[in-house]
Design a protein around this ligand. Structure first.
Ligand code: SAM
Length: 357
């Protein structure tokens, strides 16, 4: 950890952003599957489960923020690396007042903006619809100071969310430092930064378990493969690159996140770590409050309503909900469970200054 401290304290210089264009290209090219296609996917239940985890996390910290506020106070959120806007409905349900969405993949940002317009139109038609303002721009959060792109650079945020993306900045210290500053600098004291990232300890544990000379591990829905030069010594704090493949969704380079370094970087920017939970633990902890939402999101109702699933899939879902035996989560296959338990959730609280953090 002394090494981590020294690296994180050092002034960022230069940049090793050799992979960001590969990542941007990958996500820009990704086609959004229709509902029917999604139902057929081998990771259908895992995607629903991951969505549920994000909902639980967002709801947990939005509730804490609302406790500090009065009814009618503005609630402002930054969705950093928003992708195609998979969390827009969550922000809508959280009754926020303003949202900033940004991602390196411009095609995704455009799609996100279109989804927002749809939500807004629906709200306008409905008597009780909730409306929130939003701004969108494409940029690399590891290289650009986001506040300079906001419509109001003095804007104070209540929540920053970075879902399944913060690990991309661990390509180099300067990128990680820039992304952490973006997460922290506009948060008002008492605000939160929440994220979901791969758990580097779990990745290294599975790599070791795969055998002394193994470079690759995984199953029929995901795989992680390291390059040869990563295998000779302990992984570096930054640039510990591996190729991540997730059935039909991800196929691009990612970086191990050395957790003590992440915490140290957070502290530098006034963020204090208040939660680090693996998905498996977070599921156990929040399941009692989130059971109904999970059942809805796990698709039992939508599978029934849309009659998209084949009979076999439907029987499988129905049976799983009837008797939650054997599997950690009724509907997830073993392969999906192995893939989702690669991740962890973390949350940081913004302090008045970095000394407090
Ligand atoms: N947060 C979204 C969600 O949960 O649905 C999208 C997650 S997707 C797995 C990762 C996203 O991170 C992609 O949309 C990708 O374009 C974005 N991303 C990766 N590197 C980035 C960077 N340097 N700056 C901004 N966005 C980045």
């Amino acid at each position: 950890d002394a090494e981590a401290d020294a690296e994180a304290d050092a002034e960022p210089e230069g940049s090793g952003a050799a992979n960001t264009h590969v990542v941007a290209h990958h996500y820009n090219e990704l086609k959004e599957a229709g509902r029917r296609e999604r139902h057929k996917s081998k990771i259908y239940f895992m995607r629903n489960f991951n969505n549920w985890i994000k909902s639980q996390l967002i709801n947990e910290y939005m509730a804490l923020i609302k406790n500090q506020k009065r009814v009618g106070d503005a609630l402002r959120v930054l969705d950093m690396c928003c992708g195609k806007g998979g969390d827009l409905l969550k922000w809508d349900k959280a009754l926020i007042s303003h949202l900033i969405c940004t991602d390196i993949a411009d095609v995704s940002v455009e799609q996100c903006q279109r989804r927002y317009q749809d939500i807004l139109q629906r709200a306008e038609k409905s008597k009780y619809g909730h409306k929130f303002t939003a701004e969108f721009f494409a940029c690399d959060s590891t290289m650009v100071r986001l506040r300079e792109r906001y419509k109001d650079a003095s804007l104070q945020l209540n929540l920053v969310s970075c879902q399944f993306a913060f690990h991309y900045c661990f390509e180099s210290l300067s990128q990680a430092d820039c992304m952490m500053r973006n997460a922290a600098e506009c948060l008002e004291p008492g605000g939160y930064f929440i994220a979901t990232i791969p758990d580097a300890y779990e990745i290294m544990r599975r790599l070791k378990a795969a055998g002394p000379d193994a470079r690759r591990f995984g199953n029929d829905v995901y795989s992680i493969e390291f390059e040869d030069d990563m295998m000779t010594e302990a992984p570096p704090l930054f640039g510990a690159k591996y190729q991540f493949h997730l059935e039909g969704v991800v196929d691009c380079p990612e970086f191990l996140v050395h957790f003590p370094t992440l915490v140290k970087l957070g502290r530098k920017h006034g963020l204090q770590l208040i939660r680090r939970s693996t998905f498996a633990d977070y599921y156990k902890e929040t399941m009692p409050q989130g059971r109904q939402l999970l059942q809805r999101m796990s698709g039992l109702e939508s599978v029934q309503a849309n009659r998209c699933a084949n009979d076999e899939q439907f029987k499988h879902v129905a049976k799983a909900f009837g008797a939650q035996r054997g599997r950690p989560l009724g509907t997830l296959s073993k392969s999906e469970w192995e893939a989702t338990t690669l991740y962890l959730v973390c949350a940081f609280k913004k302090c008045k200054n970095s000394w407090d953090a």
